[in-house]
Each structure stands twice: as structure tokens, then as C-alpha cells.
Design a protein around this ligand. Structure first.
Ligand SMILES: C[S@@+](CC[C@H](N)C(=O)[O-])C[C@H]1O[C@@H](n2cnc3c(N)ncnc32)[C@H](O)[C@@H]1O
Length: 347
């Protein structure tokens, strides 16, 4: 019998000349069929949907100094961009173990790296939270280099189903691993006004923590979508400060609130502290660690752990000041603007 014809796929429709929403960006989401599209999007200073542009690659390579035959641990594999650059420099004979907590993106990243020729002798991938590093090291032994690129990948931010962005309607989820724990909407319901104010202040240095917490805690209906949460916040900013939807301060306040909730839902400070406490055990003598952080709560922790490790003799050398992305990179990829890189060398 002849093969049945492939099912007809209706072209994705969108308003205007360019697709604006994630699901409309069918060309970017299918880079094999539309090879040029990603380049055009990058030339506009944007990140193609479904991909991630690795940040401060040259600076991270300089800090980690990977050499053929060495063993590396990337605890935030993400899109695998940094891992790919490390793997190239670790060959021949080197090895990289990539971890990520995200069950949705990790298999795609592994498939992409395998298709680029990195076999099981060079690359292994494991779904796990880097907060559990202390349980991993007895199995793997220490590494020559360890990389942590904290936070979220662009694939996670841009996918409305994950609920990380207020720019598009989606469930208020915010979990890095949606198969574990409770979504932000449920978590939000469990908090008192006081808890919420503390969370906004501690996790995002939010100056309007009090009034925002009051509005969220006393909101009559459910706050179960990204856009509904954003509307409640915007209403407070308009009422108390006359800020419009498009005011940059409105955007920053929304970003801080989403960040504070994400940190809480994923217990990001707790797992970062666990990781930092175990990091010296994950490094061989002379081993190098590099950590890229994206907000002050993370950077404070990294700085303190490195300085304490230097004082107690666990580290031989640590970065005095954080390295920032070059101005050109900040223009090319605005997501690199808040990034701070710190490194340490194991004694
Ligand atoms: C900024 S992205 C990494 C991008 C990657 N360096 C690249 O070049 O493609 C951060 C990744 O870390 C993962 N992640 C965040 N917290 C984690 C944790 N506690 N344990 C494991 N993975 C985590 C996220 O799921 C995300 O994929």
C-alpha cells in the first residue's frame, strides 16, 4: 500500500507583519526548516524562540580555562551553549557531566548535543537539582571545573505555559520542575499579607513590598494566571503612583514581583546555599569554579561563600570584583545586562 500523505498542517496565523506570541513563531521554533530565521532575529537583538544565547562565554572560558582530558561539571545545563564550548576544549579525552532540574528542556538539550557528536564517553546528562550536589560527589569524585549559570533559560522564560513572564497569558506556575512542588498560584494563596511583604522585600528588594502585598493578599478572585497577577500589580502602581502600563518602573516592579515568587517557589536561595557549601568538595586541588548570577540576592551569597572559603583556606584565589558583560554583549543580548560572574580556584 502506498504511504499515506502527511497530514496537512494549517499555517500558523498571526496579526500584523511579524509573529508576536511564542506559538506563532513557528519559523524560529523549527530551526531545521527555517535556518535563516534565527539569524534575522539575532540581528534584531532578540533571542529566537525555543533557544538560549549563552552569556559571557569568553569570560567564563577564561575563568574556567578548560584543557583536553579534564573533567567538568555544568550544574545548569540549560540550552547547553556553555557546555558545548567547554566540551570542545575538553577533547580529546575530557568529559562533562551536565545537570538540570527541568524535565522538559533537558531531553531536548541532550538530543541536540548528541546530534553534534558528543557521545556518552564525552557527555553525560542527569536531571537533578544542584542543591543535591553533596549526594552526587561521592559517586562522581571531584571535577577540574564547575560552572553554574543561575536562573532561567530563554526557552523557559519565553514559553507561556511555564508562567515565568507577565508579557503573555499563561498559568501562574513559575516552577523550574513543573512535576514537583506547587505552582506559584497555589503558593500565593497560602501566604499572609505579612509573609508576602517579607518575600517581596527579601527576594527582590522591592521598595513597594507593603502596598503590593496588601493588594495581592486582599484580591477577591483567584490569581491563577500571569496576566491577572500583572493587572493587580499595575492597578496599585497606577492608583498610588500614577504609573502607566508602559512606564519602565511598572515593568521593573512586575519583574521584581515575578522574580520574588519564582525564587520562593523553587527555593532558589536554599539550594544555592547548599550548592555553595558543597562546591569545595566538588573541586580537585587547583580546580576552577565560575558562577554567573543575575540579581543581588544571588551575588551576595556567591561573594560571601567565596570570601569565606578564601579566609578558611578552601580556595587559593577568588575574584575580587564581579566581571560584567561587555557593553557590546549587553546591546546584542539585553538579558546579559544584570549578569555578574565570580570565580574561585580550589586550594
Ligand atoms: C541560564 S540557564 C543555563 C543556560 C546554559 N548555561 C546555556 O549556555 O545554555 C539556567 C538553567 O539552570 C537550570 N536550573 C536552575 N536552577 C537549578 C537547580 N537548582 N538545579 C539544577 N538546574 C537548575 C534551569 O532549569 C535552566 O535550564
Amino acid at each position: 500500500m502506498p504511504d499515506a500523505p502527511p497530514p496537512h498542517r494549517r499555517r500558523v496565523r498571526y496579526q500584523g507583519t511579524h509573529p508576536r506570541h511564542f506559538r506563532e513563531k513557528y519559523k524560529e521554533l523549527d530551526p531545521l526548516a527555517y535556518a535563516d530565521e534565527a539569524e534575522k532575529v539575532r540581528a534584531r537583538g532578540q533571542t529566537p524562540a525555543g533557544t538560549h544565547r549563552s552569556i559571557m562565554v569568553a569570560e567564563i572560558l577564561a575563568a574556567l580555562d578548560p584543557k583536553p582530558g579534564e573533567r567538568a561539571l555544568d550544574v545548569t545545563l540549560g540550552y547547553g551553549g556553555h557546555a558545548r564550548e567547554l566540551l570542545r576544549r575538553l577533547q580529546p579525552g575530557g568529559f562533562l557531566l551536565g545537570l538540570d532540574v527541568d524535565p522538559l528542556e533537558l531531553p531536548r538539550t541532550e538530543a541536540r548535543l548528541r546530534s553534534e557528536g558528543f557521545g556518552a564517553d564525552a557527555l553525560q546528562v542527569r536531571r537533578m537539582n544542584f542543591g543535591g550536589l553533596a549526594g552526587l560527589i561521592p559517586q562522581t569524585g571531584p571535577f577540574d571545573l564547575v560552572l553554574a549559570d543561575l536562573g532561567l533559560s530563554s526557552m523557559q522564560i519565553d514559553n507561556p505555559d511555564r508562567g515565568f513572564t507577565f508579557k503573555t497569558e499563561g498559568p501562574l506556575d513559575l516552577r523550574l520542575n513543573p512535576q514537583k512542588g506547587r505552582p506559584a498560584s497555589e503558593f500565593l494563596r497560602s501566604l499572609s499579607e505579612g509573609d508576602l511583604a517579607d518575600l517581596l522585600a527579601e527576594n527582590a528588594d522591592e521598595p513597594l513590598a507593603g502596598p503590593l502585598a496588601r493588594a495581592l493578599a486582599t484580591h477577591p478572585g483567584p490569581l491563577d494566571t500571569t496576566t491577572r497577577l500583572a493587572e493587580v500589580l499595575r492597578a496599585v502602581l497606577a492608583r498610588d503612583h500614577g504609573l502607566t502600563r508602559d512606564d519602565p518602573e511598572t515593568r521593573r516592579t512586575l519583574q521584581r514581583t515575578f522574580q520574588a515568587l519564582r525564587i520562593a517557589v523553587n527555593e532558589e536561595f536554599k539550594v544555592l546555599d547548599q550548592f555553595l557549601a558543597c562546591l569545595p568538595r566538588a573541586l580537585r586541588p587547583g580546580g576552577r569554579a565560575a558562577i554567573l548570577s543575575f540579581h543581588s540576592g544571588e551575588d551576595r551569597r556567591v561573594k560571601k561563600a567565596f570570601q569565606e572559603g578564601l579566609r578558611t583556606g578552601l580556595y587559593a584565589e577568588v575574584a575580587d570584583t564581579p566581571t560584567r558583560a561587555t557593553l557590546q554583549e549587553q546591546i546584542d543580548n539585553p538579558r546579559s545586562k544584570p549578569a555578574k560572574l565570580r570565580w574561585a580556584i580550589r586550594a
